[in-house]
Ligand binder design. Structure first.
Ligand code: AMP
Ligand code: DBH
Length: 545
């Protein structure tokens, strides 16, 4: 692949030139022929459902209940609001709304106006949101005023001051509470967009530095959503509960909000991830599918034991975003009475799922297989040479819905992508002869103890296998003698193990003595990122303190 043209910046800091790389047309045509690329825009996928089942419930959020016809009318009206504020096709519109109906309405409205929503979690810090707004050169934003205890009004003011921003709206400005009874027929509008256009910018990272912008097209995101819906058996009878932040890629597309609404199902937004809130919604709305990060699973299992709520409608619990330990995985089926589905995905593209009908051993110990036959995966050593099945190596991937470059970040692209367009995931995985992937760690997530590399993920898995350990994270801390020593942060039941307990336990299980953490710190909880992944940056700072 020849090196792509670089964007340039003018005196006002605005970008000129390509900020993202469309798939070459002949390749796109090849993918369409194989059925690996959607030909309709995301909004056309929704409209097809509006036409098939206008009175079917599409969206529930708080006291807002919208049928497909209502959602269509609101999206249309909100698209007009955006246009009135000067939003034009191709413009970026930042959405920082939280799990509210307006997130979904504004998403489809922006897309209809041919604009590109930039999806931001309301837990992202002000400085990071501003950095995203600047990098994407957004021309408008929808920002919630409050999220939990966080006040985002100052952020809204500072966004308004950016030279490229024309309007900053609040969710209530979109007015989804009134019922717009316009003239039928619905689902007949037209988009200012084409399937090959940029559909949205989503964010990755959060655990390591400023988030990167990920350009996704209608064609690839729509395919991602529909292929995922198929893998999860999602159709019109599906009721999906969005417990995780709605703006996160897992919640949007795996199959999430876009997959469910493109398949005629119902999306229910939970205002918070607590099992008490969620279980009440499961019972009331007869939820069939929901998704969690591993950090939430123990509290859900505990609450399932005492809840009076009827969870009988729940068919699949998806868990992903970080590694679910095998011991907790085995508890899900028996204790929640539903099927566990592990999901290994990334906003950059690749989605892997375990088979809901698969053997419990595979479902509980692997993170599944790529959802598309067009996904290519390589497991490689440090020289990018493929390793044999069962040997840990870095996962590289390329495929019909995986990006080949970030948005406006050509320098980064040369590091994160190979010359032939594979994304370097940074994840260390093993692959079984059947093609199932198991995530064993991150490339750089290791402790370098006197030159010996200790894989944090492997030690965490061993620690989590203890009945008294509910959460575990291992990081390195600078050490005058060892270079780095390993520090295990543990969330425990009861007094928890001492270092000596761990030494006896781990060496008794045949584990090499250097893997035993040098220091054990019991904490009330592990610090988490906005979506709920363990925040290792913060833990490293704690370990040093
Ligand atoms: P992001 O690039 O921010 O979208 O985060 C994607 C990353 O989350 C992946 O590259 C993995 O490191 C991690 N991840 C997602 N799902 C899983 C999973 N099921 N098991 C382990 N790690 C996961
Ligand atoms: O962690 C992720 O980013 C993620 C996890 C599961 C994701 O993007 C996805 C599924 O699509």
């Amino acid at each position: 692949m020849s090196s792509p043209p670089r964007p340039t910046r003018d005196a006002q800091g605005l970008t000129h030139g390509p900020t993202w790389l469309p798939v070459p047309r002949t390749h796109a045509e090849h993918l369409v022929k194989r059925g690996w690329r959607e030909r309709r825009t995301l909004s056309e996928l929704l409209r097809a459902q509006v036409r098939s089942r206008p009175e079917h419930l599409a969206l529930v959020a708080g006291d807002v209940r919208l049928t497909y016809a209502d959602l269509d009318l609101h999206a249309e009206r909100c698209a007009d609001v955006l246009r009135t504020h000067g939003v034009q096709p191709g413009d970026r519109v930042l959405l920082c709304v939280g799990n509210r109906a307006e997130h979904v309405v504004a998403f489809y409205a922006a897309v209809r106006a041919g604009a590109v929503p930039v999806l931001v979690l309301p837990t992202l810090g002000d400085a990071d949101v501003r950095a995203v707004a600047v990098a994407a050169e957004v021309s408008a934003a929808v920002v919630v005023e409050r999220q939990g205890r966080r006040d985002l009004r100052d952020l809204a003011v500072s966004l308004r001051a950016l030279p490229h921003v024309r309007a900053v709206l609040r969710p209530q400005d979109l007015d989804v509470r009134s019922t717009p009874r316009a003239t039928p027929p619905t689902g007949s509008g037209r988009d200012d967009a084409d399937a090959e256009d940029l559909a949205l910018l989503t964010l990755s990272g959060g655990t390591t530095g400023t988030p990167k912008l990920i350009p996704r097209t209608h064609a690839d995101y729509g395919y991602n959503a529909l292929a995922s819906a198929r893998a999860c058996g999602v159709g019109p009878d599906a009721v999906y509960l969005a417990v995780l932040p709605a703006a996160h890629n897992f919640t949007m597309v795996s199959p999430g909000i876009v997959g469910v609404l493109s398949s005629g199902g119902t999306v229910v937004l939970s205002p918070d991830p607590s099992p008490t809130t969620a279980f009440a919604l499961v019972e009331r709305e007869r939820v069939t599918l929901t998704s969690l990060v591993p950090a939430l699973v123990p509290a859900w299992l505990d609450e399932a034991r005492r809840t009076p709520a009827d969870l009988g409608s729940l068919r699949i619990l998806q868990v992903g975003g970080a590694r679910l330990d095998d011991a907790t995985a085995r508890r899900v089926g028996p204790e929640l009475g539903c099927t566990l589905q592990q999901v290994f995905g990334m906003a950059e593209g690749l989605n892997c799922y375990t088979d809901p009908a698969g053997s419990p051993d595979v479902v509980c110990t692997t993170q599944g297989r790529p959802v598309s036959p067009g996904d290519e995966v390589l497991v490689v050593d440090e020289q990018d040479r493929p390793v044999p099945d069962g040997t840990p190596g870095e996962l590289l991937t390329r495929g019909p819905y995986t990006i080949t470059g970030y948005y406006g970040a050509r320098e980064l692209d040369t590091v994160r992508f190979t010359a032939d367009g594979f994304y370097r995931t940074g994840d260390v995985v093993t692959r079984s002869p059947d093609g199932d992937l198991t995530v064993v760690g991150r490339v750089k997530d290791q402790v370098n103890r006197a030159g010996e590399k200790i894989a944090a993920g492997e030690v965490e898995e061993l620690l989590l296998a203890r009945p008294d350990v509910r959460g575990a994270a291992v990081v390195g801390a600078p050490d005058p003698h060892l270079g780095e020593r390993s520090v295990a942060f543990l969330v425990v039941d009861g007094p928890g193990p001492t270092r000596e307990d761990l030494r006896r336990d781990l060496t008794g299980r045949g584990v090499t003595a250097i893997a035993v953490p040098d220091e054990v710190r019991v904490v009330a909880g592990l610090p988490l990122t906005g979506v709920g992944k363990v925040d290792k940056q913060r833990l490293r700072a704690w370990a040093q303190a």
